[in-house]
Each structure stands twice: as C-alpha cells, then as structure tokens.
Design a protein around this ligand. Structure first.
Ligand code: ATP
Length: 718
C-alpha cells in the first residue's frame, strides 16, 4: 500500500484541479507564507474524513470551497481525492453484517466533496459510501482517524497538550489498535442489537405463549379425544356387531315363533269351525216333535175320556132299558105276544127295541173306538219315550262338542296372546333396530366411516356350534355403558375442528420453536460477541502494553538523540473520573448516581527528564523543548508501528540548526517505513526530500503548484 497522489479541486485556495504525486519517500512542500501549503495538509485531513472544522480552520464545510477573487469566480464545490496503490490488496472493508466487501482494486480512491448547500459526500472508487466506511477502510491500513500521523502547523506538541485519555487514544491509533476498537464498538453495537432482538423475541414469545398454551390444551384434548375415539371405535365394533347379531337372532326367532303360532291358530280355527254352532237345532226339532207327540197323546187321552164317559152313559141307559124290557119285557110268548099285544104298543115295543139296538151298536163302536184310541195312546207314549231318549243323547253329544270347542277357543286365546306378545317383541326389535341405526349414526358423527367396520368384525365370543353367536345381554349392557361413558367424555371434551386446531397449533408452535431457536441463536451470538469483545479487549490490552513498551524503547532513543541525553517515557495511569452528570435527568428530578461516583479511566502520562535540568513537568518546557519531546514521541510511535504515510506541517519550525539536522536524520530513518509529506521552510529538511513541490499564490488568489529543484525550493520558500 502506498500513497500515490492527491487531487484538489476547488478546495480552499486551490481553485483549479491540482494534483500532487507522491512518488518519493520524502516529499517536501515549500512556498511562501500564505501560499496554500497548509491547505494541502488540510486537504489530506479532509479527504480522510476529518470532522473537526476547527482543525481545517473553518466554521462550516462551505468554508472549504474556493471563495473566488476579483479574477476568479467562486466555486460551487470543494473536492479532494486521494489515491492509494492497492496492488498488495491490503485495504479491507466489511459491511454491517461483518462480511468482507470486495475491494479488488489496484488503486483505491477516496474522494470527499462538499457543496455550497453544505452537502457532504464520500466516494470510494466511484461509489458513494458513509464516513464510517471510510474510517473502517483506513483503519485497515493503519491510517487512524485520530490524525496522529498528520501533524498540522503549530500542532507539533499536540500530543503533549492532549489529556491522558486522548493521548491513550492517539497511541492506540498509532499502534494500529483502532481497528480493534472499531471491531469492539461494532461488536458492542451488534450486542446491543442482539439484546434488542432478544427482548423482541422474548416479547413475541410472551405474546404467543397464551395462544400456544391454549392451542396446546386444545391439542391435548384433541389427542385425548382421538384416543377415546379409537377406544370407542373398538368398543363400537364389538357392540354393534353383537347388537346386530342379537337383533338378527331375535328377529328370526320371533319370525319362526310367529309362523308356528299362526299355523297352530289356523289349525285351531279350522277345528273350531268344524264344530258347528247349529248342533242345537237338531235337538230343537226333536223337542218340537216331542211337544207335538205329547200334545197328540193328550188329545188322545181327552178323546178317550170322552169316549169313556159316552160309554158309561150308554151302558147306564142300556142297563135301564134292559131292565125295563125284562119286566115288560118278560116275554114268554115273545113274538106271538108282540103280535097279540096292542099295536101301540107293539109299535112302542118295537121302537124301544130299535132304540136299544142302536145303543148297543153305539156301545160297540165306541168300544172299538176306545180300543183304537188306547192303541194310539200307547204308540204316542212310546214315541215320547224314544224322543226323550234321543233328545237326551243329542244334548249329551252337544255338550261334549261345546266343551271341546271351548277348549280350542281357550287354546286359541292363549296362542293369540302369545302372538300378541310376539308382535310386541317384534315391535321391540324394530325399535331396537331403530336405536341401532341411531347408534350407528351417532357413532359415525363421532368416529366417522370407521363405524361401519363393525360389519366385518367377527364376534367370536359366545359362538356355538352351527355358527350361531349367542349374545350375552349383560356383557352387551356393560359394553353399552362403556360406550355411553366415552361418548359423554367426548362430548364434554367438545373438540370440534381438530384438524384446524392441529394446523394452527403446528404453525404457532413452529413459530415458537423458531423463536426459541432464534433465541438460542441470539444467546449464542451474544456469547460469541462477548467472547469476541473479551478477546479483542484482551488483544488490545496486551498489544497496547506491548506497544507502550516498544514505544518507550524508541522514545528513549529519539529523546536522547534530540536532547543529547536525558530520558522520556510513557506510563499508563488510571484516573478515577467523576461520572458526568446527566443534566436532562437532573432536570427531571432524578439523581442518576451518587455525587462522588467515579469510573476508572486509563490514560497516558509523559515523563521527561532533560539532561542537566531538574525540570520534569511538561508545562515547564520551552517551546523548542516541547517540539523536540513531541517529535521524539511522534517518531517513536511511528517507528514502532509505521503508518503508511506521515504528514508534517512545519513540525520543524521551532528547531535550531543542530536539532534540524537531527530532525532530518530522523525523517530519513522514518521514511524507510512511511512515506513522508513534509511542509517546511527549513532548508535542512528540504535537503532531505527526494521530491519538492513549490506552492505559490498569484494575484488571482489561487494557489499554484510546481515541481521544483532543491535550489528553486530554497528560493521559493523564502
Ligand atoms: P504559512 O507558510 O504562513 O503557514 P501556508 O502556505 O501554509 O502559509 P495556507 O495557510 O495554506 O498558507 O494558506 C492560507 C491561504 O489560503 C490564505 O491566503 C487564505 O486566504 C487562503 N484561503 C483559505 N481558505 C480559502 C478559501 N475558501 N478560498 C480561497 N482562499 C482561501
């Protein structure tokens, strides 16, 4: 890495584009007072990112723009570009993520521009970048931002004037530890960001937690329900299978029973109808007949009595008549007498005889009639007897039939009742089937289509030879109760949309897992950042101490050389600095910390011991002595860790001739490791330069640059 050139354009007194090439180890810039030499040094400061306007002798960025003159218009921007040889690819730059940015350029150019509106730009190889990037980039090549390697005019003893803490910073910078400080700062920022992220993650997780917990519980419930469903499915399979078998058995059994009873009923019905109800009618006819016969017999008897009475009367008359005839009718001469008897009479007698004969005839006929009647009566009585017997017999047989019919009717009734019972049972089976279907429907709602698997389930238990399966109702009842219990539990669990919940749970828990992982990663990076920081701090600490030792060796040497004796050394001191009070906090009425709270702060003390003098305090040194001490220290620092270049603006101003020579010797020594850009009026210093630039300022108030020879330089410098 080498400083190649610098290009000023509109910067301060350099109104036009002016290029300084640094092709030699020692380049001197010479010129009269006010010609613009220091402006070149400031241009270098400026382009390297100087933030202090004061150190560039301005108030605002716009002060750096060429102000114009009578002859020349004012500029609208000031621009400086610096070029470094990077063929060894030493420049490094990382992005905010810590990754290397490709800087595979042979030349690194850094440009900085300021515009009349105050706008400031940093450009790295044509791309606009941030100041931070410039600082990091330069730190990688040991060009620190503290500017220890650029000594402005009148600032030769800057390090002496600086506070112990600022000195420490300058020395750290000179030792090239700034890059580590940047890294520590960067790590601190990262750590802070990481901790912020952690807080965010914690918040996010906390935010998620109740939802996750809820979902977890839901999923737990769901899993439980799933288990229960599985259990239910098993129970259902057995229960439904057995139930279906039971219903089937019951149905076929009842159907058989029913058809048997129906057959029996049919037979009984036939039997009952075979016994006619009209059997009594036959009996009735006979009774009618008997009544008729009895009537007839009565009639006959009445007639017989009548005939008897007639007969009695006739017999009485006949007796009376016969007696009369006997008397009159003692008829010794019977026929003769009648002829001899009175005619009237005779006539009368004849009449009487006639009458008697008639009576006798009647008697005979009545007797005959009586005989007939008696025969008829006998016949009638016989008939009555026969009829009565027949009727009795018929009645007897009728009663038997009735009894039989009654018995069948009773049987019929009994079977009808049985049939009724079977109908009721069948209705129950139907109801059972309905219940069964409802159960299947309910089951389907609970465990889905799996419910139908009961159909293929083989209920082995209780099977008897012949393939029939006997169902134990008690066991079925047990199963049913178990099923009911699980159903209730499932309903209580009330987990609908399980898959949705599971999906959401997976998402939320994935997110939580992600956040946990993120948290672990963040904790891991906190750890590694802390480790990195500790390592860096350790490294800085070690290298700082080492550096101080080395500087002290060089310092002593340069000091003795400059002063011809005596000694100079650096020592690390720890100051207990009072903590700065936070005024804003105080205004709020809060006391941020105790009045006497302090923080330890490391700093650097410079100890000198001049030859032949007792003076040890820096304040007591003369201007020249201060310059010599500063130069000795500065050169010692540069010797230990040579910066790529050193810019010295009239650092030699206070030196006498003898010391100027020593200064020149030291320049040559330093130039072996660092390029030197030296602004000087000193002839001795000029004589050590291998390249000289003369700066002049014309009547147009614009600085001009020209390459000059030593003699010209000496002339110009005056
Ligand atoms: P010395 O030898 O006395 O230290 P020098 O050569 O270092 O002098 P500088 O201090 O670099 O001189 O130059 C200062 C000159 O630059 C002054 O004349 C000043 O007017 C001029 N100058 C400063 N800022 C501007 C500006 N913005 N525009 C024009 N000229 C400026």
């Amino acid at each position: 890495m080498r400083l190649k050139s610098i290009e000023l354009n509109g910067f301060k007194s350099f109104s036009k584009k002016t290029v300084l090439e640094f092709t030699h180890p020692i380049v001197c810039i010479v010129g009269p007072n006010g010609s613009g030499k220091s402006n070149v040094v400031e241009a270098i400061r400026y382009v390297l990112g100087e933030q202090s306007m004061k150190s560039m002798r301005g108030k605002a960025g716009t002060d750096l723009i060429f102000k114009g003159s009578k002859q020349l218009p004012k500029g609208n921007r000031a621009s400086v570009a610096i070029y470094f040889d990077n063929s060894d690819k030493i420049f490094k730059l990382t992005n905010d993520g810590g990754e290397d940015i490709n800087l595979n350029y042979d030349t690194i150019s850094i440009a900085r521009e300021v515009y009349t509106d105050g706008l400031n730009k940093y450009i790295l190889n044509g791309s606009e970048v941030r100041l931070k990037d410039i600082n990091n980039l330069l730190a990688s090549v040991n060009v620190g931002s503290s500017g220890h390697h650029i000594i402005s005019q009148g600032e030769a003893d800057r390090i002496l004037n600086a506070s112990p803490k600022d000195r420490k910073e300058m020395i750290e910078d000179a030792l090239g530890l700034k890059i580590y400080q940047y890294k520590i700062k960067e790590s601190e920022r990262k750590l802070e960001r990481t901790r912020e992220n952690m807080k965010e993650v914690v918040l996010l997780r906390r935010e998620n937690a109740p939802h996750l917990k809820f979902l977890e519980r839901q999923v737990e419930k769901f899993e439980k329900a799933k288990k229960m469903s599985a259990e239910l499915a098993i129970l259902y399979r057995e229960y439904l299978k057995k139930e279906s078998i039971f219903l089937e058995n019951e149905k076929s059994h009842l159907a058989k029973e029913k058809s048997k009873i129906l057959n029996e009923l049919k037979g009984i019905d036939a039997k009952i109808s075979d016994i006619p109800d009209e059997t009594s009618r036959t009996g009735n006819k006979k009774i009618e007949e008997l009544r008729e016969v009895e009537e007839k017999v009565n009639e006959i008897r009445n007639e017989k009595n009548e005939k008897g009475r007639q007969l009695g009367r006739i017999e009485g008359i006949l007796e009376a008549k016969e007696n009369k005839v006997k008397i009159a009718g003692r008829c010794p001469l019977c026929g003769n007498e009648i002829k001899e008897m009175h005619p009237e009479q005779i006539e009368k007698r004849q009449n009487e005889e006639k009458e008697l004969q008639a009576l006798k005839n009647s008697h005979t006929s009545i007797l005959a009639e009586m005989k007939n009647l008696e025969a008829a009566e006998k016949k009638g009585v016989q008939s009555i007897e026969t009829l009565k017997q027949a009727i009795n017999k018929e009645m007897e047989s009728l009663r038997d039939k009735e009894r039989e019919k009654f018995a069948w009717k009773v049987k019929y009734q009994e079977l009808s009742s049985n049939l009724e019972l079977i109908n009721i049972k069948e209705a129950n089976v139907s109801k059972g089937e309905e219940t069964f279907q409802n159960e299947v429907r309910e089951g389907r709602a609970l465990i889905g289509e799996e419910i139908l698997s009961y159909k293929t389930f083989s209920a082995q238990d209780g099977s008897v030879p012949g393939g029939q399966v006997l169902i134990n109702p008690e066991e079925q009842e047990e199963l049913r109760k178990k099923i009911e219990r699980i159903k209730i539990k499932l309903e209580d669990a009330g987990v609908g949309g399980g898959s949705e919940i599971l999906k959401e749970f997976n998402e939320v828990s994935e997110r939580d897992k992600f956040l946990t992982k993120e948290m672990e990663d963040l904790a891991e990076s906190v750890k590694s950042l802390e480790k990195i920081m500790a390592d860096l701090k350790e490294k800085v600490d070690v290298e700082f101490k080492e550096g101080i030792k080395k500087i002290n060796i060089e310092f002593k040497e340069f000091f003795t050389l400059m002063f011809g004796g005596g000694s100079g050394s650096l020592s690390v001191i720890v100051e207990n600095k009072k903590k700065k009070r936070d005024e804003a906090m105080e205004e709020e009425g809060e006391v941020p910390f105790e009045e006497d709270e302090t923080t330890p702060e490391q700093g650097i003390d410079i100890n000198v011991s001049l030859p032949h003098k007792k003076v040890k305090e820096l304040q007591a040194l003369s201007g020249g002595e201060r310059s010599l001490t500063s130069i000795a220290l500065l050169f010692a620092m540069s010797q230990v860790n040579p910066p790529p270049f050193l810019v010295l603006d009239e650092t030699d101003a206070a030196l006498d001739e003898a010391n100027s020579r020593k200064y020149g010797d030291m320049l040559e020594k330093l130039s072996k490791h660092s390029q030197l850009v030296v602004v000087t009026h000193n002839r001795e210093t000029m004589s050590r330069a291998s390249m000289l630039y003369g700066v002049t300022i014309g009547f147009d108030s614009a600085s001009k640059l020209l390459s000059v020879k030593f003699d010209e330089a000496v002339a110009i410098a005056k």
